[in-house]
Write a protein of this length. Structure first.
Length: 355
């Protein structure tokens, strides 16, 4: 399995690099892909961390956007002229170790000319580059990159098997979002959707989760992708302290790395709950989640964490009011809605008592 270092400039290509990174992590796992902003511990000497990370990598993927070459610091000096510039250090280290270097050209960028680079980087211009275009070409372009990395996971590109056993109906499910499962089942598993019309929600949920996993879209709570998977001790209950109480349920807990996790959805999807009208289902909309969070303390972009802690404390209080109930260990897969440092808000596909 290759070890991959992703080099980029945040103010040049952060958005597309995030998508590239998610694709690589989906293929090779987060332990085999290094991206500086996610992987350098606070308080560490970034030069030493970058050096040690390069030593453990086989390939450097250099993301080159339109402003990569001429990006300047506050004084107007070109960053590549600074010996302590992140990107310069990364490329110098990779060239010194004779690593495989794959330049990825994004947003219509071109490879820089040798005369436009510091002397220590001029060999970089002779590395064969490839363009990464937006959809509908993105996945096809990334397939070429993955093949160039040398080790392709054996199941990459294959259709997920249709014969794996479904999630056990005997699993103690607390919550299954029928709405999201049906929508994703129709989109991700169209053949099954047309031919297996009698599948129950558990079979459909299993097919959806397997497809999301196969496509590399499920991350962890501390490293979320489009979806997250986790097993946590969580409090849960209906949000009856807010207007519309009883129509929405919140699961809340903390990871070992102290990421606060809140999973919010309609109580209509609690297993065994009576059917609810369409208006009630609307209480799972993202704008309603934010209204609840903002109602607890005055809204501020810098205070989401505090607001979510307050919400967690209120759920804790409600759980204790129901007979001093302890937290329940649950497993879940949820769609990521909001991520900030130390905070994740998601909408669960399912939540089940952990085995």
């Amino acid at each position: 399995m290759p070890k991959i270092f992703v080099s980029y400039r945040r103010d040049d290509s952060a958005q597309v690099t995030g998508r590239l990174y998610d694709k690589l992590v989906g293929c090779y796992g987060s332990d085999n892909v290094f991206k500086d902003i996610d992987s350098i511990p606070l308080g560490s000497d970034f030069r030493r961390v970058l050096e040690e990370s390069l030593i453990g990598c086989d390939t450097l993927v250099a993301v080159i956007g339109r402003h990569w070459l001429n990006a300047a610091d506050k004084a107007g000096r070109r960053r590549l002229e600074d010996p302590s510039d992140f990107v310069r250090l990364e490329l110098e280290g990779a060239l010194r170790r004779k690593m495989q270097i794959i330049p990825l050209l994004v947003d219509g960028a071109m490879m820089p000319a040798a005369e436009d680079l510091p002397t220590s980087l001029r060999d970089f211009t002779f590395r064969s580059a490839t363009a990464i275009r937006p959809d509908p070409d993105f996945h096809r372009d990334m397939q070429r990159v993955i093949e160039a990395l040398g080790t392709v996971p054996p199941d990459l590109g294959k259709k997920p098997t249709q014969h794996k056993p479904p999630l056990s109906p005997l699993k103690y499910y607390l919550y299954v979002s029928r709405t999201k499962v049906e929508m994703l089942y129709a989109q991700l598993c169209p053949e099954q959707h047309r031919t297996n019309l009698d599948d129950d929600k558990y079979h459909r949920l299993d097919a959806v989760v397997r497809r999301l996993s196969h496509d590399g879209l499920i991350g962890t709570c501390d490293q979320p992708l489009a979806y997250v998977r986790g097993t946590l001790d969580m409090h849960f209950g209906d949000v009856s302290f807010y207007r519309g109480g009883g129509r929405m349920v919140l699961f809340s807990g903390m990871t070992e790395k102290e990421t606060l996790v809140g999973l919010v959805g309609s109580t209509a999807h609690v297993v065994g709950a009576p059917a609810m009208d369409s208006e009630s289902l609307g209480y799972a909309r993202p704008e309603f989640w934010m209204a609840i969070i903002e109602s607890i303390t005055p809204p501020s972009p810098d205070s989401f964490g505090t607001q979510m802690y307050d919400l967690d404390n209120l759920i804790d209080y409600q759980a204790r009011r129901r007979g001093d109930a302890p937290k329940q260990r649950v497993e879940f897969v949820a769609k990521t809605f909001l991520t900030l440092e130390g905070l994740l808000i998601g909408s669960p596909l399912f939540v089940a008592a952990a085995e």
